[in-house]
Design a protein around this ligand. Sequence first.
Ligand code: CAA
Length: 248
Amino acid sequence: MQAEQRTALVTGGSGGLGEAIARALHDVGHTVLIIHSPGNTNIGAWLETQAGEGYNFIAYGADVADHASCQELAGLIHADGHHIDILVNNAGITRDATFRKLSYADWDAVLRVNLDSVFNVTRPFIDGMLERGWGRIVNISSINGSKGQFGQTNYSAAKAGMHGFTKALALEVARKGVTVNTVSPGYLDTKMVTSMAEDVVKQVVAGIPIGRLGQPGEIAALVAFIASESAGFMTGSNVSMNGGQHMY
Ligand code: CAA
């Protein structure tokens, strides 16, 4: 059956995992909008490369950590005639340090980009989903929001917070055709992971029963399923995909 065409918005859509998610949603026929950070000077070249491979994305620059910037962005998206049916809150950063060395700036940046952004971007689009009686919100959390991670009090707190948000909002919108779910990827073959010290990456891989990093496309396929018609009975879930590194 041909999937119904929807409009999707992916935050951090030009990053390692975001790009794979944007492509997977495009592959099933959706119109895909991506949000990139305002300072991303590479976005023109990235869009051109994607278009060359058949992926025509519509890009908007906004600071997802900033409430006013997201309100402005939503106004622009609506003025351009788009209604968001599928929202993937994927934008995220790390600022790893043991807690005793963690600065307030690195706590604040991670909480704002990873967690405040979920409020900032979801809030302006939820009313439209409820009015149309259909919506899919997928929040990209992390294995480390569930299991904790040495050096990531900030990131683990933000990622656990995303799932609390998921469960509460899922209850509020369940009767209106809108589902809200969390996906918790393990360690993936993206810059976020491979930019860690080589010995740390080696240690991580040694702890993954499947014996390798995950591929972004594997997570993206899961996100596309959760965004589909077929997943209408799934809400408030946290779906993990981590090579067996953390089972619960
Ligand atoms: N468990 C227990 N002890 C650990 C440890 C661990 N996992 N890692 C390090 N230690 C110990 C070290 O052995 C060391 O002990 P001693 O002082 O007795 O020698 C002590 O803790 C200090 O460790 P470091 O030297 O590593 O401290 P550092 O300040 O140089 O670096 C760090 C700290 C940057 C957090 C570094 O440990 C690190 O990069 N850790 C990995 C963090 C990680 O996994 N981040 C995930 C990023 S990817 C991502 O987040 C995506 C996703 O969703 C999965």
